[in-house]
Design a protein around this ligand. Structure first.
Ligand code: HEM
Length: 138
């Protein structure tokens, strides 16, 4: 059997988790993400949904993203199925909130120096998840 050169590419590419620098890289990304949320005017509304002290929120997002990016499955082990839509049901999330979340993540990916193709791929995936979290009419 012969393979075209492109067939092997997905196998050669490391998991997203490794491309972002493993757990340390994901921790830097989450720190940058919440720093953005703490400082951007367009994120004031979603920042107010969070506790003043972000330490435990950051720790959970690190676990979640490590697993989602193909790293260790500690989130599921500790917290079970993510059920993200259900866990966000208590917060009013519309287009503005979705866009603010995505703007923080996009700036954070840029800040940690993620390669542009990886940024684009991850932002497309984040868009789908964030859009699915919307629970208001606007
Ligand atoms: C669309 C806009 C979004 C808003 C406004 C939002 C807001 C929030 C808030 C207020 C919390 C609670 C934090 C806490 O209790 O400490 C939370 C938890 C969380 N969010 Fe979001 N979020 C959004 C999108 C997303 C997306 C796209 C993801 C994943 C890619 C995500 C992943 C998580 C996770 C993993 C948790 C913790 C869940 C748990 O308790 O196990 N969120 N979010």
């Amino acid at each position: 059997m012969t393979f075209a050169a492109t067939d092997a590419l997905p196998l050669l590419r490391p998991p997203h988790f490794d491309m972002l620098g493993g757990r340390d890289g994901v921790t830097r990304l989450v720190d940058a993400f919440y720093r953005q949320m703490d400082t951007r005017a367009d994120a004031l509304g979603i920042r107010a949904m969070h506790e003043p002290d972000l330490a435990s929120t950051k720790a959970v997002l690190v676990l979640y993203l490590c697993e989602w990016l193909g790293g260790p499955k500690a989130y599921s082990a500790e917290r079970g199925h993510p059920r993200l839509r259900m866990r966000h049901a208590g917060f009013a999330i519309g287009v503005a909130e979705r866009n603010a979340w995505l703007a923080c993540m996009s700036a954070a990916l840029e800040e940690v120096g993620a390669p542009p193709p990886l940024q684009q791929e991850l932002m497309a995936a984040f868009f789908k998840t964030a859009d699915w979290m919307r629970n208001t009419a606007t």
